[in-house]
Design a protein around this ligand. Structure first.
Ligand SMILES: Nc1ncnc2c1ncn2[C@@H]1O[C@H](COP(=O)(O)OP(=O)(O)O)[C@@H](O)[C@H]1O
Ligand SMILES: N[C@@H](CCOP(=O)(O)O)C(=O)O
Length: 293
């Protein structure tokens, strides 16, 4: 059986809407096998145990691209990435499916071709690039190509994913975004995304709070997430370096220095007082990206 492990990803990182993302050490593992006929999916809920399963539809697109006629497919899923929480579960399924199919077909596609196909399926490159390559990445698409670059994040940063018990699909969360934004909001974000990247690479972590600010999506999406503002305030009060909406939400991501464990205890205690259940997961950057094991 072919085993593929794909990391979770946190996209946007504040102002980098649809272009910044980071791979984190939380994983989905997929096992693939070509069988005589049909589709056999194991390890996932009934809702996705059918021909519309995103892992399977992504495999089919890959087989189509390569021109490989498969007989049947078995997929076994071990998923630790929570679904529809803004931690890139869909990107992990797409990347896993495309890589799995490419392995079955004889490793025809290069990593760049895998990236291109996975972005075509996902619709934006910010989760897909770090899911494939690991680390933190900038990724953009023009008409024909995906251009990406890795950001060398200075050591010592910890990610705290605050994950609620409710879901918010990316589709729903994109639907509340405006069609147009004021010019000054564009300028606001350009400066912050540039500052964010230099602050991260230079280890100037005191600049993260300001550079995580954004006017393209968080102000619209924050309203969909109960207690968004209160949690943001508390993260600041407890001394986090910065906070942003992870992907399309509803997970919120706080940044802190990895030597400061007090933030974790403080925010965990506060989240317990809220109406919804929130789990806090301390995470680190995954530097490897998707792996065939
Ligand atoms: N383990 C899984 N098995 C099958 N499909 C999955 C799995 N995880 C995620 N998906 C697919 O990804 C979708 C969630 O994607 P999305 O709303 O973009 O949220 P996320 O922020 O988690 O990527 C699900 O509706 C489902 O189609
Ligand atoms: N740039 C996208 C990122 C979606 O990430 P996900 O992890 O929520 O799927 C967006 O903001 O819509």
């Amino acid at each position: 059986m072919i085993k593929v492990k794909v990391p979770a990803t946190s996209a946007n990182i504040g102002p980098g809407f649809d272009c910044l993302g980071v791979a984190l050490n939380l994983y989905n593992t997929f096992y693939f096998e070509e069988i005589e006929k049909g589709l056999d999916i194991q390890g996932c809920c009934e809702e996705f145990s059918n021909e519309n399963n995103l892992i399977y539809t992504s495999m089919k697109k890959c087989f189509e691209r390569i021109g490989y006629n498969f007989k049947g497919i078995r997929i076994i899923i071990e998923d630790d990435i929570p679904l529809s929480r803004g931690l890139g579960s869909s990107a992990a399924c797409i990347v896993g499916g495309v890589i799995g199919a490419n392995e079955i077909a004889g490793k025809v596609l290069s990593k760049e071709e895998i990236l291109k196909l996975a972005v075509e399926i996902e619709g934006h490159p910010d989760n897909v690039a770090p899911a494939i390559f690991g680390g933190m990445t900038v990724a953009i698409q023009d008409e024909d190509n995906i251009h990406y670059s890795k950001i060398n994040v200075a050591k010592g940063l910890k990610f705290y994913a605050m994950i609620p018990d409710f879901t918010l699909s990316t589709k729903e969360s994109r639907a509340v975004l405006p069609k147009e934004i004021p010019y000054k909001d564009g300028v606001f974000n350009v400066g912050r995304v540039a500052l964010l990247i230099t602050a991260l690479t230079n280890g100037e972590f005191h600049l993260l709070k300001t550079s995580c600010d954004d006017k393209l999506h968080q102000i619209y999406r924050g309203k969909l997430i109960q207690d968004f503002d209160r949690i943001k305030e508390k993260c600041e009060e407890f001394g986090s370096l910065g906070m942003f909406l992870s992907g399309a939400g509803p997970t919120l991501m706080a940044l802190d220095e990895d030597k400061n464990s007090k933030f974790y205890d403080d925010i965990k205690g506060f989240l317990k007082t809220l109406d919804n259940k929130w789990e806090v997961k301390p995470l680190d950057i995954d530097f490897s990206g998707a792996m065939v094991l």
